[in-house]
Design a protein around this ligand. Structure first.
Ligand code: PMP
Length: 381
């Protein structure tokens, strides 16, 4: 879709692109300066496979400070993006054919990564009504002796909803009867939060020893192109992840690691507040707009990340002004593009009746483009 948007824009079309999964903000100054200093040093040796020790220490200290969790720096494994951290974790944990519970909607890459790692994805559908979150009853109904892992993403891409402490506690109670099952907690949006506080499953004592935390610098620090993420896991899994990574990419980009270290040593509130303020303003605007103009899409107020996931089933199966039939969500997305609005189909996220809107674009663009989305949908008969 990004490629399509580029082509259409080059042809002069004023596309409102609501597809991006990356902040529309520059890398914070302190991180840029640290990266430049790292280049100026002039040395570019292979970094240690698991990451620079000062960065691993800073990550462990960050989780201690912020969440009261005590990890030894050797439990932190730094990777080229959190996507690689997820891959490392799954290759380390899964035996062929073991099941991974994926609450849908899920982030697009989980399912193929599970398959590439030899696992079997067990998708569980959640609804807007339940805040797109897995319930203990649903979890209980799919757990079996074949289950190895549950993947949770909070705040979530694509929904922006987040688990509360009591919700995680209820899930943990169910997991007590399944001691072999691990939790992979994708916390990459943990700092992009408007409502409530982030809770990590690792903060629940019965899950501490079987949670792999995944986090990274692509969202809060706006540096997806510098590819840096990490996992924090109990020692056995961390050691296995290091072995896996050692044969795939070896250590992560040294310049990015030094920038990330500067990021963790900065005043996070100061770095993040301009971005968070802008995201919050856009989120509130879109939410009010959707409530007023598209209530049938079941809009809800996301607590974090920078997406809305809208139920567009009302508009599937209708006809366009030109008489074409819209048989599915993919065609609906194509149709919206004719109206110069680019959104992402829910299919990759495990839903055939949703679209995802990202608000990593300026409020002015949103204000100019959103009415077109309404017009386009209302034009369907
Ligand atoms: N997890 C989630 C939920 C994401 O949205 C993304 C990026 N879109 C990633 C992981 C991967 O991030 P990266 O590899 O850039 O750290």
């Amino acid at each position: 879709m990004a490629q399509r948007v580029r082509e259409l824009r080059a042809a002069g079309r004023p596309i409102l692109s609501l597809i991006l999964g990356e902040p529309d903000f520059p890398v914070p100054l302190a991180l840029r300066e640290a990266a430049i200093a790292a280049i100026q040093e002039g040395h570019a040796p292979y970094p240690p496979v698991a990451g620079l020790m000062p960065l691993r220490e800073a990550i462990a200290a960050y989780y201690q400070r912020r969440y009261g969790l005590s990890f030894h720096p050797s439990q932190v494994v730094v990777s080229n993006g959190s996507k690689q951290a997820i891959f490392n974790a799954l290759l380390s944990l899964l035996e062929p054919g073991e099941e991974v519970i994926l609450p849908a909607p899920y982030w697009v890459s989980y399912l193929p990564i599970v398959q590439l790692a030899g696992g079997y994805p067990r998708v569980v559908q959640t609804t807007a009504h339940q805040g797109y979150k897995l319930t203990p009853e649903q979890l209980d109904s799919v757990l079996s002796r074949h289950t190895r892992l549950v993947i949770l993403c909070s705040p979530s891409n694509p929904t922006g909803t987040a688990y509360t402490l009591s919700e995680l506690q209820s899930l943990a109670e169910v997991l007590e009867s399944y001691p072999r099952v691990w939790v992979l907690s994708d916390e990459i949006y943990e700092l992009i939060r408007y409502e409530g506080v982030h809770v990590s499953p690792a903060q629940i004592p019965t899950l501490f020893d079987r949670t792999v935390i995944v986090n990274g610098f692509s969202k809060a620090f706006a540096m997806p192109g510098w590819r840096l993420g990490y996992l924090i896991a109990p020692p056995s899994v961390a050691q296995a992840a290091i072995k896996v990574q050692g044969q795939v990419t070896a250590g992560a980009n040294l310049i990015a690691q030094k920038a990330a270290l500067a990021g963790l040593q900065s005043n996070l509130t100061e770095i993040l507040s301009p971005m968070l303020q802008a995201f919050r303003e856009r989120r509130d605007y879109i939410y009010a707009f959707l409530q007023a103009h598209l209530p049938e899409t079941q809009p809800y107020l996301p607590e974090g990340a920078f997406y809305f996931f809208l139920d567009v089933s009302e508009f599937i199966g209708r006809r366009t002004l030109r008489g074409s039939f819209i048989p599915n969500v993919e065609e609906l997305v194509e149709y919206l593009l004719e109206w110069d609005v680019a959104v992402v189909s829910g299919m990759g996220f495990g839903s055939d009746k949703h679209i995802r809107l990202s608000y990593a674009v300026s409020l002015a663009d949103i204000q100019a483009g959103l009415p077109r989305l309404i017009q386009a949908l209302r034009a369907l008969a």
